[in-house]
Write a protein that binds this ligand. Structure first.
Ligand code: GDG
Length: 736
């Protein structure tokens, strides 16, 4: 039976050595908590690092580790202390984590750490590959394994791979500072589907791919040379029922059945009457904004002294990455702030902050969720923030107010909460007051909507959604592979070519016979291409037609001295060997004076764009503009031109990064068909890369071999990867 292999840095269980025994405890943290239920239900395998380094493992202990992991459907990647230092504490937590959370000043760029990061990702790949069986699906998680997908694909190109990033993907302006940005992106693109918590992160990722690697993007699909990759957003949910049920059971406990923590809380509440508890839970991490939260709380008590003695902040900070210096500094800062604020406000019967620096068992977490009237979650950046969702799920009677930072992924879906900017203490203080005074009816109304949504889009739905997208994308990719001009199909095509007596070949030029260049004039034909085309043309049974959107002047300069047939400007002009150019259509260009001023206005406002004036058409090129701006302006241009186009019997052609305006009805399909008149060809071939070539594919006879260059949507019968592969094909024709 095929299975899902989950891969993350840490496993859902944490192993510790106690004397000569191995003890497993559940891991804490967003990814582990969220994925645990998916793993439990999928009957799959989870691969990760056990938390123990090879130096501390004797063969006997290793066996025990293995046994413990097997019991939990897990397999481990063994790492040495040096590898953990470079890969985990180093590159993952000193480079990627701060950079991706916009803490640029904390990001260290150490070549040695990056090298170890890659080595460890390769180690993961080896363990994964040794566990893959027919039909298995791979699901990689998070920022420690950004290049793993590529390494797995190199070893197993056939396998379906998903990747989910649990932290934000930063804006291009931040990401571009990373010295190894290309390799990181290429590594991620080894997956078939890339998932992010929010559309913002997805958008940032796509923008980096476009700007740094230059790949074309079609909506949310990245067109690589030989495959496509989909990026999408899947806001991670929680195991809603687990939290709601635990809260319900917790609320039903009476007297001694309750936990010590709950009894303490109850004692405090009964002693202090009308006091409210404000909850704060996070790993002790600088992204979570704990010091600013404390300062905002201090500001609140200064600004609204009437709440002194009536409010207590219950702050759980779970120890995390304490080997990284920034985390040690943060710990000191938080300790000092708590001490100072408690010292400043406490009286005999009241201290404003209860501070726990430890991890609590699940039951106590529920105690806190159910007992606190307000949750104050103010990260400076957070990929999602599951605590926010868990708090709402635990509010059985639907009361409780959640104050949530706008900088969390969760804020995008939880608009009914009180959203704040964590850097604005004034706003945090005022919102805390609003929360503490919010009428119960309003709380219930807000939480009813939230609970409904969280229950529906729970972690199971989230995982299912991701897996379904992965399955669909894999199928689409297979479909594309089916249409690929592979060795067998190429052989058949060449046999037909050889066995035919009257052939005609239509070759598009830019993006087909020649790769795109920054400047259109740089894409001139090189001697090797002439050699091949000459060979093809020398066979009297073959008619060779170069068919282009380019202007007659340029094509005449490049190919005018040859005997090939040339069609330019999408079918406006034709040259038959050495004969003079003739017009294929009766055309005018008196409409230029209406259209060109509009194009000039757009060119002035769009740096890098340019106008190309041909005899009977005008093109606006935006290949060298900022990709977003260019596409946006192209869309604007189309709508601005709409009336002028209709009134002048014109039409717009959209090529690859070009908008062309020309007289209606002239296109490559119509002109190609004219070449067939009066002749009986038994082999017709047509190849091109962009939208304008689709006219050829559509209008040429049914038995034509139609081939699309690149993986854009097409009605052509076959796909070929890129200009390099086209060149191979042209060689085959030449040598036949
Ligand atoms: C990363 C991203 C993203 C916390 N303290 C205890 C405890 N927890 C559990 C909570 C919750 C999880 O840990 C924390 O999850 P978060 O989502 O809040 O934050 P990160 O750990 O930073 O997680 C984050 C997440 O991945 C998922 O994609 O949301 O943005 O940074 O589930 O319940 N659990 C127990 N004791 C504790 O003391 N048992």
């Amino acid at each position: 039976m095929s299975k899902t292999i989950i891969i993350s840095n840490r496993l859902p269980v944490q192993l510790e050595i106690d004397k000569n025994d191995v003890i497993a405890t559940p891991s804490v943290g967003g990814l582990a908590t969220g994925m645990k239920s998916v793993h439990r239900d999928s009957n799959g395998l989870w691969i990760g690092w056990s938390g123990l380094v090879s130096e501390e493992l004797t063969p006997e202990l290793e066996e025990k580790v293995e046994k413990e992991l097997n019991k939990n459907q897990c397999a481990s990647v063994n790492l040495s202390q040096e590898e953990v230092n470079g890969f985990y504490f180093g590159f993952s937590n000193k480079t990627i984590w701060p950079l991706f959370h916009y803490f640029m000043e904390y990001a260290e760029f150490e070549l040695a750490d990056w090298e170890i990061y890659k080595t460890v990702n390769r180690k993961f790949a080896a363990v994964v590959v040794s566990n893959i069986e027919e039909g298995d699906t791979i699901w990689i998680h998070d920022y420690q394994l950004l290049v793993l997908a590529k390494y797995i694909r190199e070893l197993r190109p056939d396998v379906s791979i998903g990747f989910f990033l649990h932290i934000p993907f930063p804006s291009y302006e931040v990401f571009r500072t990373l010295p190894w940005r290309e390799e990181i992106l290429e590594g991620m693109l080894g997956a078939d589907v890339l998932g992010f918590h929010t559309y913002e992160y997805e958008r940032h990722f796509l923008s980096s791919v476009q700007r740094i690697l230059g790949y074309n993007i079609d909506f949310n699909t990245i067109l690589l040379e030989d495959r496509t990759v989909k990026a999408d957003s899947f806001p991670m949910g929680i195991d809603y029922d687990k939290f709601a049920t635990a809260a319900k059971e917790n609320n039903a406990l009476r007297g001694k059945e309750k936990s010590d923590v709950q009894l303490e809380i109850d004692k405090h509440l009964s002693k202090n009457g009308e006091t409210s508890l404000v909850l704060s839970i996070d790993r002790l991490d600088y992204t979570k904004g704990i010091p600013s939260r404390l300062l905002a709380f201090e500001y609140f008590l200064d600004k609204y002294p009437e709440f002194k003695g009536k409010v207590r902040l219950v702050m759980l900070a779970v120890p995390s990455r304490s080997n990284v210096p920034q985390y040690q500094l943060l710990k000191n800062e938080v300790d000092q702030l708590v001490g100072r604020i408690n010292g400043k406000f406490s009286d005999i019967g009241w201290t404003p902050i209860w501070y726990f620096y430890r991890s609590l068992p699940f039951e106590n977490l529920i105690d806190l969720y159910t007992s606190c009237e307000v949750a104050l979650l103010t990260p400076l950046r957070d990929g999602m923030n599951l605590v926010a969702k868990e708090y709402i799920a635990c509010r059985e009677d639907k009361t409780g107010v959640l104050i949530l930072s706008e900088m969390t992924g969760a804020s995008q879906e939880m608009s009914e909460t009180l959203l704040i900017n964590p850097n604005n203490y004034e706003e945090v203080a005022d919102t805390l007051k609003q929360a503490l005074e919010m009428p119960k009816e309003e709380q219930i109304e807000r939480n009813t909507a939230l609970q409904k949504r969280l229950k529906r889009y729970n972690v199971e739905r989230w995982a299912k959604d991701f897996m379904e997208t992965l399955e669909e994308t894999t199928k689409d990719n297979e479909q594309q592979q089916i249409k690929k001009l592979n060795a067998d199909r190429r052989q058949r095509l060449m046999n037909d070519y050889k066995n035919s007596k009257s052939r005609i070949l239509f070759f598009d030029y830019d993006g087909t016979l020649a790769p795109f260049e920054k400047l259109p004039e740089s894409a001139y034909p090189k001697p090797e291409l002439f050699d091949l085309l000459d060979k093809i043309h020398a066979d009297p049974k073959t008619e060779l037609v170069l068919i282009t959107g380019r202007d007659k002047f340029t094509f005449n300069k490049w190919f005018g001295h040859k005997d090939y047939k040339l069609i330019t400007e999408h079918g406006a002009w034709f040259k038959d060997g050495k004969k003079e150019w003739e017009m294929l259509e009766a055309l005018t260009n008196d409409w230029f004076e209406v259209i060109i001023p509009v194009l000039e206005r757009f060119t002035d406002r769009t740096p890098g764009s340019l106008i190309e004036e041909k005899a009977f058409s005008v093109a606006w090129h935006f290949r060298n503009t900022d990709p977003d701006l260019g596409q946006r302006r192209a869309n604007q241009l189309k709508s601005t031109l709409q009336d002028l186009i209709a009134n002048n019997n014109l039409e717009i052609l959209e090529g690859d990064k070009v908008i062309e305006i020309k007289v209606s009805g002239v296109n490559k399909g119509r002109s190609a068909c004219k070449m067939l008149l009066g002749k009986k060809h038994d082999f017709i071939f047509s190849i091109g890369d962009d939208w304008t070539d689709e006219f050829m594919f559509k209008e040429l006879p049914e038995n034509t071999y139609t081939v699309k260059v690149g993986l854009k949507k097409t009605i052509a019968k076959y796909y070929i990867d890129g200009t390099t592969q086209v060149r191979e094909l042209v060689k085959d024709f030449a040598n036949s």
